[in-house]
Every structure is written in structure tokens, then in C-alpha cells.
Design a protein around this ligand. Structure first.
Ligand SMILES: NC(=O)c1ccc[n+]([C@@H]2O[C@H](COP(=O)([O-])OP(=O)(O)OC[C@H]3O[C@@H](n4cnc5c(N)ncnc54)[C@H](OP(=O)(O)O)[C@@H]3O)[C@@H](O)[C@H]2O)c1
Length: 405
């Protein structure tokens, strides 16, 4: 089968070890594993770390890259793959797909059946492919580790990364005041359009925040500490720009700050994210590439100009041009198309920026409870408070639009 894999490790030039070619079909290692025909995946900085040899020793090569996948399982269901696997030989107690077991950037991937979550019919496979790593990490950082329900304001360091854009969309959706730093004026403009206040790196915030989402590392960590309110939490899940940060311990004890590590999230959290998408939330997608165009997709990721997720579409023609297509696969299972990489499907040209979808942050539709009449279109009807549901984030108290009046 066709696959995108690491054939060599190169710490300085990660793309030197990137190969697109044929690999053997995956063989389930146990009876409770199955094979998924991948229809969409997503790239993460994790794939670049792997190519640099971080978390992927050379003796495991060749290794198919990719943690994120949406596909069709053996019963014909459309599923989202939860990429975290128990791993007794890993000090963390788990590993991600593409670390010990082959990854998702292929025609097929094998995973335990218990790692499959049904994809809601209304959620496009391209949107769902954004969730399993970056969005899950952002959700876990905000909701579980960061206890975002207790804070009013959130700072997200770095604007364009997959985790950063997910954290912004989720925090805005939850009604928080969201501040974001970025080195790039274009990214600041785009993140402001998501409902956040965009700032230059190191800028003074109008207020101290209860929660900082940190994935950048050395260049931003001191600023993260300085922006935290008394008792504030700095949740760290990555260090793209350097991990040996300096910490002023006086600030930690005087302000009673918490620095919390965070990695990935639970499958229940991934299911909760799918629910949010089913209710109208949309991931930020930078660009969709044909699967066969994976090298260009990796070059864009490594170039650092990305805003949101890069999504390889495994149903696009070999040699297809990049661009954001209308999603022909939303809600449909098409194993033949997945297996054949869409042979014979039309190739679309590059999308102009205005054809790319921007996330619509909408108030989730509240489904009528049993015995309750469906809501009427009555602008005078008083708002009902949302009942908190276990395993889900609180509903939006106010939206960015309502704050702007
Ligand atoms: N622990 C986990 O489970 C987990 C899961 C997912 C990701 N991660 C980690 O989290 C990090 C983010 O990953 P990602 O895939 O979302 O995207 P990414 O490509 O690593 O993120 C790029 C972001 O980092 C910022 N950035 C990069 N270099 C910078 C620098 N020198 N100074 C300031 N900002 C810089 C950029 O901000 P601007 O360009 O806007 O300034 C951009 O927003 C990675 O290190 C990844 O390994 C960890």
C-alpha cells in the first residue's frame, strides 16, 4: 500500500528522511485489532519531531508517520481513530501511533477496535481528521488540566499551530476572554477573526489571566509566567521553539502558580469533541492536500507559515493539486474510493483564500430533552440555563459576538 514514512532520521533536516512509497499492508497483531481504510488524516508537529528522531529511535525505521485518521472500518462504519495505545515498554505507559505501531499516513492502519469512535454523520471526515491529536490536546489542556471553567481569561502562546488554533476556538466557544500572541501580523489578523485579542509576543496584556496554554517553550515561557494571575495555571504540552526555559521561582511561589504538564487526552474527550463538531463547531483548516502530495504538505508544515491544520485527503487523485475542496465525503462511507485513492476523481485546482472555510463558532443546538417540546423561535423566550453534562465542557456563557454587542 502507499504510505508516507520515515526512512531515515535527520535531526537538522527532518524532510531528508521523509519517503512516500510502498509499505506492506498492516497486519493486526492481536484478535482485538482491526484494519481501517484511511480516508483523511492530518499532520502534526509530532511528525517532524519523529523525522528528527525525537521519540522515534532509528531501530524502529521504517515507520509510517501520522497520528490522526478518519476512515472506514471492517463493518463499513465511518470511524475516527483514537491514536493513544497502552505501551508497557514506554515510560509514559502509552505510545502514539507512529511511535511503536505504524501510523496513519497510509491507505490502511491497524488499531485496537476499542480505539475506534463512530464519526457522526454530520461531521465531515476532513474536519474530524483534525481532532485526534491537536484538538484533543487543546481540549485536555483547557478542560481537564487547566480547569478552564474556573477562569475568565486565557492566554494562548503562538497563533498558528494546530494546538493553538484549537485552543483559541474552544476557549472562545466557552465564552472566555482569549488573548493570543504571534510573531506574524497576518496570523494576528486571522486569530482576531476567531474572536481572540491578538498581541505581539511579550506584549503586556490588559489583565492577568487564570490560564495559559503553552506549546512554544523558551521564547514565550517567561511571558507566560508574567501574565498569570495569582493562583493561575500554565499548562504545557509542547516546546516547539526550545524546551530548556528559565523559570523565575520567586514568581511561582509569590503568585502561587501551577505549572502543569499535559499530553493528548482520553477517548471520552475525543468523543466529546466530535459532539461539539456535530453541534456546529469547526476546526481551522489551513489547507487540504491530496495524499500523494504529502511532501508539499510537510514542506508547508516545516516552513512555519501554517494557520490551523494541514489535512491530507486520502481520496484525492495521485498528483492532485492542493487546495480546499468541497468535502464530498462528509457523512458517506466509500471504502472503494478510500482504497483506490480516488482514482478517476477530478483533480481540483488550488483553492483561493475565500473558498477556505473559516470556523463558524455557533451556539450549539440544544436537543429537546425527553418529554420536552422542541424550542420555538421566540425571541422573547427567557434563556434556559444549560444543565452541565459529565465529560463535556460547560456551555458558552457568552459568545465573542455577544461580547462585541
Ligand atoms: N504533548 C502532546 O500530547 C502534544 C500534542 C500535540 C502537540 N504537541 C506539541 O505542541 C507543539 C505545537 O504543535 P502544533 O502541531 O500545534 O504546531 P507547531 O507547528 O509546532 O506550532 C507552531 C506555533 O508555534 C509558534 N512558534 C514556533 N516557533 C516559535 C518561536 N521561535 N517563537 C514564538 N513562537 C513560535 C508559532 O507561533 P507564531 O508563528 O504565531 O508566532 C505557531 O503558532 C509541538 O511542539 C508539538 O510537539 C504536544
Amino acid at each position: 500500500m502507499r504510505a508516507v514514512y520515515a526512512s531515515a532520521i535527520n535531526a537538522d533536516d527532518p524532510l531528508a528522511g521523509l519517503t512516500i512509497g510502498d509499505r506492506p499492508d498492516p497486519q493486526p497483531p492481536a484478535d482485538d485489532w482491526t484494519v481501517v481504510q484511511v480516508t483523511a488524516s492530518a499532520l502534526n508537529h509530532h511528525d517532524l519531531w519523529s523525522l528528527r528522531g525525537v521519540g522515534l529511535p532509528a531501530d524502529r525505521l521504517p515507520m509510517i508517520l501520522g497520528c490522526d485518521a478518519v476512515g472506514v472500518d471492517e463493518t463499513g462504519r465511518e470511524v475516527v481513530v483514537y491514536p493513544v495505545l497502552p505501551d508497557r515498554d514506554d515510560p509514559r505507559g502509552y505510545s502514539l501511533l507512529s511511535e511503536r505501531y505504524q501510523g496513519t499516513l497510509a491507505e490502511r492502519v491497524t488499531v485496537p477496535r476499542s480505539n475506534l469512535i463512530p464519526k457522526p454523520a454530520n461531521v465531515s471526515r476532513l474536519d474530524a481528521a483534525c481532532l485526534p491529536t491537536a484538538w484533543l490536546t487543546a481540549y485536555h489542556m483547557l478542560v481537564s488540566r487547566g480547569r478552564v471553567s474556573e477562569v475568565e481569561a486565557v492566554l494562548v502562546q503562538g497563533a498558528g499551530g494546530g494546538v493553538a488554533t484549537a485552543a483559541v476556538v474552544l476557549a472562545v466557544h466557552l465564552g472566555k476572554r482569549v488573548y493570543v500572541t504571534s510573531r506574524d501580523p497576518g496570523k494576528r489578523e486571522r486569530v482576531a477573526a476567531l474572536g481572540a485579542t491578538a498581541l505581539e509576543p511579550g506584549a503586556r496584556l490588559p489583565e492577568r489571566v487564570g490560564l495559559v496554554i503553552e506549546t512554544v517553550g523558551v521564547p514565550t515561557f517567561d511571558h507566560s509566567l508574567k501574565c498569570a494571575a495569582p493562583g493561575g495555571r500554565i499548562v504545557v504540552s509542547g516546546s516547539t521553539a526550545g524546551h530548556l526555559a528559565t523559570v523565575d521561582l520567586r514568581r511561582i511561589f509569590a503568585m502561587q502558580l501551577e505549572i502543569l504538564g499535559s499530553s493528548m487526552g482520553t477517548s471520552a474527550e475525543l468523543a466529546a469533541l466530535l459532539d461539539l463538531l456535530d453541534q456546529g463547531l469547526q476546526p481551522v483548516i489551513d489547507e487540504v492536500f491530496a495524499f500523494s502530495d504529502a511532501r508539499r504538505a510537510f514542506e508547508k508544515l516545516a516552513g512555519g507559515s501554517v494557520f490551523g491544520k494541514i489535512v491530507p485527503d486520502h481520496r484525492r487523485c495521485p498528483g492532485g493539486a492542493a487546495g480546499r475542496p468541497a468535502d464530498p465525503g462528509a457523512g458517506s462511507a466509500d471504502p472503494a474510493g478510500a482504497a483506490g485513492h480516488g482514482a478517476g476523481r477530478p483533480v481540483r485546482g488550488p483553492a483561493s483564500p475565500d473558498t477556505r472555510r473559516w470556523p463558524r463558532v455557533r451556539r450549539p443546538r440544544r436537543r429537546p430533552r425527553p418529554g420536552e417540546a422542541p424550542p420555538q423561535a421566540d425571541p422573547g423566550r427567557p434563556r434556559q440555563p444549560r444543565r452541565p453534562r459529565p465529560g463535556r465542557p460547560e456551555g458558552p456563557k457568552e459568545t465573542a459576538r455577544s461580547r462585541r454587542g
